[in-house]
Design a protein around this ligand. Structure first.
Ligand SMILES: NC(=O)c1ccc[n+]([C@@H]2O[C@H](COP(=O)([O-])OP(=O)(O)OC[C@H]3O[C@@H](n4cnc5c(N)ncnc54)[C@H](O)[C@@H]3O)[C@@H](O)[C@H]2O)c1
Ligand SMILES: O=P(O)(O)OC[C@@H](O)[C@@H](O)[C@H](O)[C@H](O)CO
Length: 381
């Protein structure tokens, strides 16, 4: 099996690359980071350090790199001859990698089987989004015969890596890669460790609205309380109580919407709280809270579940209080935090809520969120 993976960052090397290597795949990492690609071209292997109660090292080999910004022709050839394309570049970058995947698809021989395409991003139906961008460059019939698109949900905490660590990646021991099975019929790619599911909807929503909602809640309240390390933030009783309150609210929605048993969802919550508290994992509130405008958007981890909960008459107070904390997230290293601050000072509260959260004034959640925006604006003026 040959795989081209876009995004050789934390989750790319620390999770997707490791599982593809475990599947015996030859891996081509495609990235715009020239230094990283040179390092991948020059290395024979790197090590994934899984840290936790039981730590272990996994060696990943059998890969190369291609610079997707400067080696377009080679990238086309690599995709044309691949069995699988995966990506972990961030949901807002999907539109930029789509043209290259389209070129690779168009260059495939008629006798080749379809290319499996699976986006590994923290977003609902990210592969469908990528497919829509690719469809702008490939005729519909050609696309249907040359590619199979499957949505996925990926779960493994991979912090930003310490300088001087080279290609090695420190990760938690836990992982889950859920992939929808229907698009493949009887021809699923053989990737040990993948959980095949018929309906990904409940899985991705449970993951995003529990793991990522809880994680970002720890980050925003932890940042406000002055913590740097995520596990230290969660050890603070006030932050912990806020995270538990938020997860009680998303649990209410997930149980009502998807029919998860309450005790099953509670066990899932307890498990992720242990994962967040992993003291061996050097994760930070700045990484976990990164890109607050994306995280406050309509289908994302706060407004997504809060809007649906409000529509069902369920509680949203803790989620809205976390939105308030997110509005105060201002690390100088985060361009979206700066853009959010600029929008807070230049837009009216109504304009800000409509633009950033996608909520309209008629929505039952609008008033509560707008009140927090007004409060944040008064603090900075
Ligand atoms: N880190 C985690 O714990 C984790 C876990 C699950 C899912 N994810 C998701 O995986 C995605 C990536 O996250 P990450 O933590 O690995 O981020 P990261 O910043 O470590 O890696 C992203 C990589 O994508 C590359 N990239 C950016 N634009 C590109 C382009 N146009 N073409 C090719 N490569 C490009 C960057 O250079 C970088 O190497 C995000 O959607 C994130 O939500 C992350
Ligand atoms: O990657 P983001 O910015 O969507 O979210 C930050 C973290 O919550 C996330 O990367 C988690 O570590 C990961 O989703 C765990 O599976």
């Amino acid at each position: 099996m040959k795989a081209v993976h876009f995004g050789a960052g934390n989750i790319g090397r620390g999770f997707v690359g490791a599982l593809l290597h475990g599947a015996g795949a030859e891996i081509v990492f495609a990235d715009v980071n020239a230094e990283l690609i040179e390092a991948l071209k020059n290395a024979d292997s790197y090590t994934v350090h899984e840290v936790g109660v039981e730590s272990r090292d996994v060696t990943v080999s059998g890969f190369t790199g291609v610079n997707s910004a400067t080696e377009a022709e080679r990238l086309t050839r690599e995709i044309a001859s691949a069995d699988l394309v995966t990506c972990a570049v961030g949901p807002t970058v999907l539109k930029f990698i789509a043209p290259a995947i389209a070129e690779g698809l168009k260059a495939r021989g008629a006798d080749q089987g379809p290319l499996a395409v699976m986006a590994c991003e923290n977003a609902i139906n990210a592969t469908d989004t990528l497919a829509e961008y690719i469809a702008e460059h490939v005729p519909a019939e050609e696309l249907a015969s040359r590619a199979v698109f499957a949505n996925t949900a990926v779960d493994r905490i991979v912090p930003d890596q310490a300088a001087g660590q080279g290609l090695d990646v420190t990760v938690e021991t836990y992982f889950e890669w859920a992939v929808e099975s229907a698009p493949f019929g009887d021809n699923r790619p053989e990737i040990p460790g993948v959980t095949w599911v018929e309906d990904l909807g409940p899985y991705i929503e449970r993951k995003l609205f529990t793991v990522n909602t809880g994680h970002a809640t720890s980050a925003y309240h932890g940042y406000a309380a002055g913590f740097e390390k995520l596990s230290d933030a969660l050890a603070d009783p006030d932050v912990r109580a806020r995270v538990e309150s938020v997860l009680a609210e998303t649990k209410g929605l997930l149980v009502a919407k998807h029919g998860f048993a309450p005790e099953e969802q509670q066990a899932y919550i307890e498990k992720i709280l242990v994962r967040f508290a992993n003291p061996h994992l050097p994760d930070t509130v700045v990484r976990v809270g990164r890109a607050p405008l994306r995280k406050l958007s309509r289908k994302e981890r706060f407004i997504g579940p809060a809007a649906e909960a409000a529509e069902r008459g369920l509680g949203t107070r803790a989620l809205v209080e976390t939105v308030a904390a997110a509005l105060r997230f201002d690390p100088p290293s985060d361009p979206e935090a700066a853009a959010m601050a600029a929008d807070l000072s230049s837009l009216s509260s109504t304009e800000f809520v409509e633009k950033v959260t996608g909520l309209t004034p008629e929505h039952p959640l609008f008033e509560a969120v707008e009140a927090e925006v007004r409060d944040a604006q008064q603090r900075v003026s």
